[in-house]
Design a protein around this ligand. Structure first.
Ligand SMILES: Nc1nc2c(ncn2[C@@H]2O[C@H](COP(=O)(O)OP(=O)(O)O)[C@@H](O)[C@H]2O)c(=O)[nH]1
Ligand SMILES: [Mg+2]
Length: 347
C-alpha cells in the first residue's frame, strides 16, 4: 500500500476501506511505531498501544488522578465528586465545555449512586469520541500541477521540524518535494531547513537573511511549476497572531502564491505546540481568523500532559488536526486518528 503515491487518493477518500488502509500503512511505515507496538503488544498492528505510548503523560495524569478519587468504599456521585472530577478533566486542557458535558452526563446517569472508575472512563471516551468523530481530514492536494503548503505559527512551535517530517513522508511516498526557506527573519532558520533537506534528499529554495519572504515564496512556486514538483512546502518566520503587520505579511505571501497557482496555497497549516495548552487554543483562534488556516499540526504531543487540547481546537475552530508531532526525528509525524486518540487517552 503506497500512501500519497497518487494525489487523487488523498483528495477523494470516499471508500472507508481505502481510508483505513491508508492509516495502517501510515503507522506501520513508522519504525518507531513498530518497535513501540512490539514492546507493548505481540500484535505489531495494534495501533492503540502505539497511540498510548505517545499520550503516556496525559493518560497517566488522568488515570492516576481519577483513581485517587476512589476510596475503599467506592464513590458516590455527589457535588463534591463531580467538582473534583471536573477539576481533573480541565487539567488535560480538554476545555470547560467538554468537562461540563462529561460532568452533566455522569450526573444524569449516576446521581446519588455509586460509580466505578471504569464507568467514568467510558463516559469520557463516549463524549470525546462523539466530539471528535468526523474531525479527520486528509491533506488536500491540487487537482493538477504542484500542491503548495504554507506553514505558519508562533516562534518555536515546531514549524521547521514539522516541515522536514512532512517532506520526509511525502518523499518516501514518491512525491517530488521542494522546500521554500521562507523564514528569512533568522539566518539560522534557513540553515536549519537546509540541513533537513540535505538529510531527506529533497530540493530547497533558500531565502537570504532579511530578504522578503514573499520573494522566496515566488521563487519556490516558479521552480515548482517549471520543474514539475508534486508538492512545495514553504516555511515562514514565527509570529504572534496579535502582530498585525506580520499577519499582513502572511497575507502578502498568500497573494504571491495565489498569483502563481490558482487555488494555492492548497493548505495553510498552523503548527501548535501541544505543551502550550490554553495558549495553543488562543493561537488557533487568532491564526484561523487572520491567516485562513486549513488545518493544524499539533507538535510535541509526545512531551505533553495536555493532549486533551485537541478537543477544543477541533470543536471550536472547525480546524481539523491533520498531523501530530511525536518527537524530534523525521519519522515522528503521524496522521491524526480521532478514534485511536480517544481510546489511547482514556483506556
Ligand atoms: N519532543 C518534540 N520536540 C519537537 C517536536 N517538534 C519540534 N520539536 C522541537 O521543538 C524545537 C523548535 O522546533 P522548530 O521546528 O525549530 O520550531 P519553529 O520555530 O516553529 O520552526 C526544536 O528543538 C524541535 O526539535 C515534537 O513533535 N516533539
Ligand atoms: Mg523555524
Amino acid at each position: 500500500m503506497v500512501f500519497w503515491k497518487r494525489k487523487r487518493e488523498e483528495t477523494n477518500t470516499p471508500n472507508p476501506s481505502e481510508e483505513s488502509s491508508i492509516e495502517s500503512s501510515e503507522l506501520l511505515d513508522d519504525p518507531s511505531a513498530e518497535s513501540a507496538d512490539n514492546s507493548e503488544s505481540p500484535d505489531p498492528t495494534n495501533k492503540t498501544s502505539w497511540w498510548r505510548r505517545v499520550l503516556t503523560k496525559t493518560n497517566e495524569l488522568l488515570k492516576t488522578d481519577i483513581r485517587d478519587l476512589w476510596t475503599a468504599e467506592g464513590r458516590l456521585v455527589d457535588d463534591e465528586f463531580l467538582s473534583e472530577l471536573y477539576a481533573i478533566l480541565v487539567r488535560t486542557d480538554m476545555g470547560n465545555a467538554m468537562a461540563t458535558k462529561i460532568k452533566d452526563s455522569i450526573y444524569d446517569q449516576y446521581r446519588a449512586r455509586k460509580i466505578e472508575m471504569e464507568n467514568v472512563l467510558e463516559i469520557v471516551r463516549n463524549e470525546i469520541g462523539t466530539a471528535l468523530r468526523n474531525k479527520k481530514a486528509p491533506l488536500k492536494f491540487a487537482d493538477s500541477g504542484p500542491t503548495c503548503i504554507l506553514v505558519v505559527g508562533v516562534n518555536g512551535s515546531g514549524k521547521t521540524t514539522s516541515i522536514a517530517k512532512l517532506a520526509y513522508r511525502l518523499t518516501r511516498h514518491r512525491n517530488k518535494v521542494l522546500l521554500g526557506a521562507g523564514d528569512t527573519f533568522r539566518a539560522a532558520a534557513v540553515e536549519q531547513l537546509k540541513i533537513w533537506s540535505d538529510r531527506i534528499g529533497c530540493d530547497i529554495v533558500l531565502g537570504e537573511h532579511g530578504s522578503d519572504p514573499g520573494s522566496v515564496a515566488y521563487r519556490t512556486l516558479q521552480k515548482a511549476i517549471a520543474e514539475n514538483y508534486d508538492v512545495c512546502i514553504i516555511d515562514t518566520a514565527g509570529r504572534l497572531q496579535t502582530q498585525n503587520n506580520l499577519m499582513q505579511e502572511l497575507e502578502k505571501i498568500k497573494r504571491v502564491i495565489a498569483k502563481q497557482i490558482e487555488g494555492a496555497p492548497h493548505e495553510v497549516l498552523l503548527v501548535l505546540d501541544a505543551t502550550a495548552g490554553q495558549n495553543a487554543i488562543s493561537q488557533a483562534k487568532g491564526f484561523s481568523q487572520a491567516a485562513g488556516c486549513t488545518g493544524i499540526v499539533l507538535a510535541k504531543l509526545d512531551g505533553s500532559a495536555k493532549g486533551g487540547v485537541i478537543v477544543p481546537i477541533a470543536e471550536q475552530f472547525g480546524l481539523p488536526v491533520k498531523f501530530v508531532g511525536l518527537g524530534e526525528r523525521l519519522e515522528d509525524l503521524a496522521i491524526f486518528n480521532p478514534e485511536e486518540f480517544t481510546k489511547a487517552l482514556f483506556q
